[in-house]
Design a protein around this ligand. Structure first.
Ligand code: MN
Length: 740
């Protein structure tokens, strides 16, 4: 057994082999500091605690990482387990080492409980994002490899927890970083604790077969080696058995027995240069029959994690299939160590380039020469993962929430649910109340305090929210909660616009026109349009223009009718005093209608809509026949008012309240035709003491009848009352005033 100091000396020597010029004084200082800090602490197996950081540092050195990483590995448990602070470490060993230790400490603090696949992926990303410097992840992986190697003395529960976390979090991260060797080791050891029976079964079976197949393995290895020498290719051949976890997955996921697994045995040929790889492939295919569809060229098309090799499966002389992997030493190194291999190539570069983004310049260089899209994608995702545009935080329940970098508690709350966002009154991060503009950091636990009496989001929240999701949900709230306000605001905007266009709102809201207008506007009701305008979802001007277009369209259909019918009734002479007629200062008129701004004009009532006092009316200046008075809701009037060439001729008129005149109006009844229907109508009108001017009944072909009546009334109240009475006649289903 080596002493701790002896183990440190061996580490020192190892580092000198790849970092000959390094300052091992600093390394020794770090070792001594860690020894002092962990003094008296023991691991579960009874060994001094410092044996763990030493072993982790050794793994870090195996990856060929820089001296700061090795120092950080020695110190990685100090902040967590002893009382040395980040400041002290910075003072003693510089900011790089202190930050690396800090990074590893933070990752260690992230609590893992088994989660759904999506949550697991977020957790992996969270660790990568938290690491900021890729060396933190590499040190953490080494830490985990050593922990899982020495898990024997932990409780069974701890073993399972750590194994699951390793299998679901750390092994995939190692895979993503191309670190196959550590990935396999972590997977196999995790499996040993998670499914000890299967692990035992597979390893025993493999050992049994290895014994049986030993002769075959050796013979094949020699055969290939000999043939390469004959061909003058310098290469090394290794025989290997696949690792246990990959066999386990095939057995349990693809439901196969061990004997059904194709390529338990594999050989690896490592050569000096890339052309030799293809030469070796030719040799292998010449020696053995290749299995169709099993050849893969990962040299031409590297895997996303930078892996390069040629793979082929062939049938051996005894009929047993085996896989051959062919690669260069450089490819081999990348396959084993992945991104970490970078440091091997970085040596001799000027200092001050370590860490962070530089980790990728090598990767990028390697890839640029290959022009490979998969690999480019890899660099992109790796970059995103590490130098995140993302932040990952926990809910109090331990779920991982992924938000854009710079996200605030507002983003978090709305991500959970709109109701949580709208009801938020306070937010806590790691148990402490924070302001709503607090910028969340990866790994923090965020809690939202809601209240049923919350007043909802404020307009400022839109600015504080970083995610589109939150902004959209806040906007929706304003849209919904402020409906009344929006309607009022929108109505004012629309009415001002429509007035500007010379159209009266009463025209639009008349029952004849409204359905057409709404259809054209694609709104179910005017209120909806007002709300949309008020909220900013629709433009008042555009809506007004569409209304106008629709009125013009209606007008085109009815223009001629207006021209014909508007002039039918004989004009009445009206005397209006000179000057502007003001409300309350109106002159009496014989027609019963006051025409504003006009003196001495004739007034007649349009036959198309037969207005009576009480109806809203408008006046049209005819050419030579005075003012024709229409009901405001008369379709002819509406259509004409929408026409640019006619709209200026429409003027305001009003009823003279003092007038005792009677007026003719026309009604139309529709109903089931029967004997005596016309008589009943005449009877109703007679009892109502209405003066009947004319009555015309027409039988319609399908058993219905239409009856038109013209009567004399004092005003609209009379009309409504008589219409109600007519409606009660048996068989009558519609009574309406004539219009258009
Ligand atoms: Mn550790």
């Amino acid at each position: 057994m080596l002493t701790m100091d002896q183990r440190f000396e061996r580490l020192e020597e190892k580092i000198k082999t790849y970092l000959p010029a390094s300052d091992t004084k600093r390394l020794r200082d770090a070792y001594e500091c860690a020894t002092k800090q962990h003094e008296g602490q023991l691991r579960k197996d009874g060994s001094p605690f410092i044996s763990h950081p030493l072993a982790v540092a050794d793994l870090v050195a195996d990856l060929g990482l820089d001296i700061e990483s090795v120092m950080a590995a020695l110190l990685h448990d100090c902040v967590e387990d002893t009382d040395i602070s980040h400041e002290e470490l910075k003072h003693l060993f510089g900011p790089t080492v202190a930050d690396l230790v800090d990074g590893v400490t933070k990752l260690t603090r992230v609590q893992y409980t088994s989660k759904e696949e999506e949550q697991v992926e977020n957790l992996r990303k969270m660790l990568m994002a938290m690491a900021k410097d890729i060396r933190v992840i590499l040190i953490k992986i080494c830490d985990r490899v050593h922990n899982i190697r020495t898990m024997e003395y932990q409780s069974e529960r701890k073993q399972r927890e750590k194994s699951l976390e390793t299998l679901e979090i750390y092994a995939p991260i190692a895979h993503r970083l191309g670190m196959q060797r550590m990935k396999w080791e972590m997977e196999d050891l995790s499996l040993k604790y998670l499914d000890p029976i299967a692990y035992q079964e597979i390893s025993e079976e493999l050992a049994k077969q290895a014994q049986q197949k030993e002769a075959f393995m050796l013979a094949t290895q020699h055969a290939i080696q000999g043939r390469l020498e004959e061909e003058g290719i310098r290469g090394t051949v290794y025989g290997r058995i696949k690792h246990i976890y990959s066999i386990y997955r095939k057995m349990y996921i693809q439901n196969k027995t061990l004997s059904e697994i194709f390529d338990l045995y594999a050989f690896r040929v490592i050569v000096d240069d890339m052309p030799s790889c293809y030469n070796v492939l030719g040799v292998i295919h010449d020696m053995y029959k290749p299995v169709l569809g099993r050849f893969k060229d990962y040299i031409g098309t590297p895997k996303p994690n930078l892996y390069q090799s040629l793979h082929t499966t062939v049938i051996g002389s005894s009929g047993m299939p085996f896989e051959v992997q062919i690669r260069t030493w450089e490819m081999h190194h990348t396959a084993e160590y992945g991104v970490a291999a970078h440091w091997k190539y970085k040596q001799g570069l000027p200092t001050g380039q370590e860490g962070g983004d530089d980790a990728f310049s090598w990767v990028r260089q390697l890839l640029e020469s290959q022009q490979d899209t998969d690999a480019e994608e890899y660099v992109r995702t790796l970059k995103v993962d590490l130098f995140a545009d993302e932040v990952f935080v926990f809910t109090p329940r331990g779920d991982v929430i992924n938000l854009p970098a710079g996200a605030t508690p507002i983003d978090f709350a709305y991500h959970i649910h709109s109701a949580v966002g709208n009801g938020m009154v306070a937010a806590k991060v790691n148990g402490r109340i924070v302001n709503f503009d607090y910028r969340l950091n990866s790994g923090e636990i965020v809690e939202v305090v809601t209240s049923k009496t919350a007043r909802g989001p404020s307009r400022d929240w839109m600015k504080l929210a970083k995610s589109n999701e939150a902004r959209t949900k806040i906007r929706q709230w304003f849209k919904r909660e402020r409906r009344e306000e929006n309607i009022a605001h929108g109505r004012a905007m629309f009415e001002s616009e429509i007035k500007h266009q010379g159209i009266s709102i009463a025209l639009i809201s008349s029952e004849e026109v409204l359905p057409h207008v709404l259809k054209k506007l694609r709104f179910g009701a005017l209120e909806e349009m007002y709300a949309a305008i008020g909220y900013g979802g629709a433009s008042a001007q555009k809506c007004a223009n569409r209304v106008k277009e629709e009125l013009v369209h209606l007008n085109r259909i009815q223009t001629e009718k207006v021209a014909e019918k508007a002039m039918d009734l004989p004009p009445t002479h009206v005397q209006v005093e000179a000057g502007v007629a003001q409300a309350g200062n109106r002159k009496k008129s014989t027609s019963g209608v006051i025409v504003e701004d006009m003196t001495d004009c004739m007034v007649k009532f349009a036959k198309c809509c037969t207005p009576v006092p009480g109806d809203d009316i408008v006046g049209f200046i005819t050419r030579g026949y005075g003012v024709s008075v229409h009901r405001q809701d008369c379709p002819n009037a509406i259509a004409s008012r929408a026409k640019p060439q006619e709209k200026d001729r429409w003027i305001t008129v009003s009823w003279d309240d003092a007038s005792q005149n009677t007026y003719k109006t026309a009604l139309e009844l529709t109903g089931k035709d029967r004997d005596g229907l016309t008589l009943d109508v005449a009877m109703v009108l007679s009892t109502a003491k209405m003066r009947l001017i004319s009555l015309a009944a027409n039988s319609l072909p399908d058993g219905y009848a239409k009856i038109s009546v013209v009567l004399e009334v004092k005003g609209s109240a009379d009309v409504i009352s008589v219409m109600n009475k007519l409606n009660q006649i048996s068989g009558v289903y519609q009574v309406s005033r004539m219009s258009g």
